[in-house]
Ligand binder design. Sequence first.
Ligand code: 0A1
Ligand code: ZN
Length: 871
Amino acid sequence: MRTETPQPIRLTDYRPPAFRIDTTELVFDLAPNATRVKARLSITRNGEHTEPLVLNGERLRPISVAVDGKVLDESERTIDAEYLTVPNVPDSFVLETEVEIDPEANKALDGLYMSGGRFCTQCEAEGFRKITWFADRPDVLSRFTVRVEADKAFHRLLSNGNLMESGVMPGGRHYAVWNDPFPKPAYLFALVAGELDELADKLVTMSGRAVDLKIYVDPGMSDRAAYAMDALKRSMKWDEEVFGREYDLDLFMIVAVRDFNFGAMENKGLNIFNSSLLLADPATATDLDYERIESVVAHEYFHNWTGDRITCRDWFQLCLKEGLTVFRDQSFSADMRGEAVQRIKDVKTLRARQFSEDQGPLAHPVRPGSYLKIDNFYTATIYEKGAEVIRMLKTLIGDEKFREGMDLYFDRWDGHATTVEEFIRCFADVTGEDLTEFFAWYEQAGTPNLSLKHSYDADARTLKIDLTQATAPTPGQPTKRPLPLPVRIGLLDGEGRTQAFLRDGTALDETVVVLNGASTSVTFTGVESAPVVSALRGFSAPVTLETDAQPKDRYVQLAGDPDLFNRWEAGQDLARALISSRAAGRPDEVGEERYAEALGRGLADQAADPAFKALLLALPSEADLAMAMKPADPAAIHEAREALRTRLALHLEDDLKRLHIGLQELGEFSPDAASAGRRALRNAALDLLAANPRAEIATLADGHYRAAINMTDAMGGLNALMLLGGEAFDAALADFYERWKSEPLVIDKWFSLQGRDPSDGALGRVMGLTAHPAFDQKNPNRLRALVSGFATGNPARFHDPSGAGYRFLADIILVVDGFNPMTAARFVERLGGWRRYVPELGALMRAELQRIAATEGLSKNVYELATKALA
Ligand code: 0A1
Ligand code: ZN
């Protein structure tokens, strides 16, 4: 155990900064092992006080500190492992410092580090303090000028803003000077230096300004940035059209790097991306890669307004920029790829990641009240649930008022750091509504359970709907209050046709009922026949829904609910019930046949989008099923789900084979949504066929793999071969490796697929792969491919009854924590849900958490999550 217990940082302790830093001039003399950083900060006392100047600084080798040109000796300032403290400073002064840092030794990948022989930075949330002394907090905004000097071998020298000057220096070196006219917090600072190829384009903004767009990638890779460039231009236009937001600098740059802890970063004018979210061509990237690239390019670009121009006052406000920006990128993707399909995918992610977080010991509000390491709070709750909260706000106040409130927010807060309260105040101001109750969505953790009961009076033609909500306690919040829940409702008749109804005398096809307290009732009149209630359409609130609907109602919805989200959801609900019965030892064979038939009809629907059909065909994931089963038994779930898949495969074999042949692609590859949807359906058909293993299907899968001319189909074939197992799979795996061994992003897929292999010997294989020459634990993409592929994507094998899966994960966490705490900590969550599993497994998971927590010298990151998971 650690000797001293780290102290949490609390929202209630927030104090405004003691000093402002109006301008920041930096000079970087770059060298991999010894980079010199000179800083010249013009500093002003903020308010009336006599406090010393305290700046953050970690892992810095001090060289000098001067105030107004006078070098301070050791009695005039203190330097410890975390701070530089200078007492008795004037009210306004210039601080000059010089430090040395070692980017090459930085394997934590925050601050300034080397990736693929290039310099790059990651400063969010608290990385800037590893570069130089600074007030490393988001409410200190400064104007940056940056001079970068390096050997000419580091060909490109990039930083934020506009290039002011560049030139050569003696001794084979060169320099560039950048100025960013927009004041920004240090976490948005970026620097990149090295050999990079450039893909350039231009865009004319809504006011007629020309902006240069540049994407920098590994030499020889610029063709693979074309899709990202296209996505960037579409994002820029979309933000103008939908939110009235125009880009503000003359230059926008994106750089792809191989070693990156997260997905990408919105540094002002210089976004830095994990190369896996930027580079794509048909041969090496799947449709899912294209889809993610489009959404992450948009996300980071949208941050320019929601994050950079308006930033967070403190890190508790993280959802102010993240939830809002995810909402914006989801809306963009819906416009690009179709609303229903996008919504289904977003809800799947929410349930898999956020609902499970909410059910476990790491549950926290969208705006948490305390933390040890802010890095641990880049969570599904802050991002995905944060986006749901904005979506509900829009549903509650309507599209127009939402846009008015956003406009007011941009006007009022441009150039400032602010809070979630102030954001919500903008909507209260434009609507005149009191949004105090709504604000509780930010402060209360946990997923509300919404229960819906209906009673129809055939004589009076009235329908009464009773809604009730309750939220289970979460750590630190034993009692919960009701939250305002917008519930979108429509009615169908027994044939699945839309039934109109009257609400307060108004004829409607659909309405939003707002549940404001613990329960409410609403009565619709003019309901002509016994209705099927289609509730929570479009997943209008992030809740779990329990209704009194019977399977026959679900079948009506599955056949034709005009709300496509609910049509899909009806199928998922039916499948969940069938799998749960099987897992509990009560298989409902008649029900399973009926389900298979209904799916068959869904597949035959000529009007439906193939992407939608692909979603319809996929059963709820094992993780999703585990959440509904208390306590969860992963082996029983896996077996029951596979049994249902086999039955579906048998029943639908002819349909699936027809789809597989009929959807074969003949023309050129195109990454557009419609083509991707057809490939998704064809691969989903193959995936299901593989649940009924026979030589014939193995031949089909092998043919699919070998005939593939794009990565989506190659992976689809390889996946089916994996499910079928045997020599054909081994041969294809070896073939794939040989073919792609010089392509890191493709080899990540090779590792990830093997992590997900549900067959018996997979755990041994996964452990063996950590010794593979291509495995590199220092590269987060490679590490996550194998480890998350296994621990997240393979519940059946991760939850091995021996506990060997847990032990494997804990060993990895401890090793990686030694050099990259941020990435190590993200794996801890996999053990966090131990209370939800059958006791034998729960005890083994807990034992591994205890072993982790008891290890000497743990990082704060892992310590925080392991101890919270055990509490
Ligand atoms: N703001 C980024 C996410 C991000 C956060 C932390 C990072 O390093 C510790 C990197 C990226 C986003 O939302 O895209
Ligand atoms: Zn973000």
